[in-house]
Design a protein around this ligand. Structure first.
Ligand code: GLU
Ligand code: ZN
Length: 315
């Protein structure tokens, strides 16, 4: 568990360090869409070599902060699958369920600095005013019980330069919203946990699927808020890879019950994931071992070949 007061930002004058991560939620097993995200984030880290000849690091974080959505045994199944696919992570994996004290410290520092507030508005109320929260409770001074906590959004950052997608412009109204950082049901919100842990794990590059393009705007604002107040931190670079979509137009996701990838014979799925990422796996790889495929993929990884599309149909 991190202590807020011992945290240091990346040291800018050290040889550039690459620290990437894969951050699955154990709400189900890994499917082809998750494999693509895991592989892209792994390859982007491992293909990076800094001035001291060191490869990037690739970290693993289990985002297990939503117990009602968690599937029993999914965390350990995810670890087994990643290992079977030759995606070996550096350092010890981090479980968000172990980070509550650290998240609580962030929340209370935000409260002390009047950068957050309690909100009583219901989903229905927000829907009736057009779906975007307008800061109704900002100065209401509600008390804790049964309330969500929102961030005072001072920045509304909505543009960023994406490693794969180029300039991304997010919806300004969404980016301006005072978003929820602690839920009414008492759970920490994804936006708080993801940024807190990207800081805790000193992440320099976030590579993940395009379903997280819009949330990136909020994460940029959250970084800026923390950095300007009590937690010195450096915003990572973001890269979003296309989503795999079925013929019916569904994104492969745990909620949509996308089939789990099989650990027994990882090679064909690995090769398909490389092809999806535009890396043109050579035909000889069909008979290669998992380790050989991964070695080939690290050596030949080219960011510029990743399609800069938000979605790709896979069947
Ligand atoms: N846990 C999130 C998910 O599985 C991903 C978070 C992230 O990569 O920022 O969709
Ligand atoms: Zn409100």
């Amino acid at each position: 568990m991190q202590n807020l007061h011992n945290m240091r930002p990346l040291e800018p004058n050290k040889a550039l360090q690459y620290r990437g991560r894969f951050a699955p939620s154990p709400s189900g097993l890994l499917h082809f869409g998750s494999l693509i995200a895991a592989l892209a984030s792994f390859l982007d880290a491992k293909a990076f070599v800094n001035a001291n000849g060191e490869q990037g690091k690739w970290l693993l974080r289990l985002e297990d902060i939503d117990p009602p959505r968690e599937q029993q045994g999914a965390s350990s199944a995810i670890l087994t699958t990643l290992a079977a696919f030759g995606l070996h992570w550096d350092e010890t994996e981090l479980y968000q369920s172990q980070q509550s004290q650290y998240y609580r410290e962030i929340l209370s520092s935000l409260t002390q600095q009047k950068l957050s507030y309690y909100c009583q508005c219901t989903r229905g109320q927000i829907k009736s005013i057009g779906g975007i929260y307008q800061g109704h409770c900002r100065s209401a001074n509600h008390q804790a019980s049964g309330c969500a906590i929102r961030l005072v959004n001072q920045y509304g950052l909505h543009k960023f330069n994406d490693i794969f997608q180029g300039e991304v412009v997010c919806d300004q109204a969404l980016a301006d919203e005072d978003f929820i950082i602690h839920r009414k049901d008492g759970l920490f919100a994804y936006q708080l946990a993801v940024v807190a842990d990207d800081i805790a794990q000193n992440i320099s590059h976030v590579v993940r699927g395009c379903d997280l393009l819009e949330p990136t705007a909020r994460q940029l604002t959250f970084y800026q808020t923390l950095n300007a107040s009590f937690l010195p931190c450096t915003t990572p670079q973001y890269g979003h890879i296309p989503l795999a979509i079925t013929r019916q137009g569904y994104k492969l996701s745990k909620q949509n019950k996308a089939p789990a990838i099989k650990n027994k014979k990882p090679q064909p799925a690995l090769i398909a994931a490389l092809a999806f990422l535009g890396q043109s796996p050579e035909p000889e790889l069909a008979g290669a071992s998992v380790a050989e495929i991964i070695q080939w993929a690290i050596k030949n990884w080219q960011r510029s070949r990743v399609p800069n599309k938000v979605e790709i149909n896979i069947d």
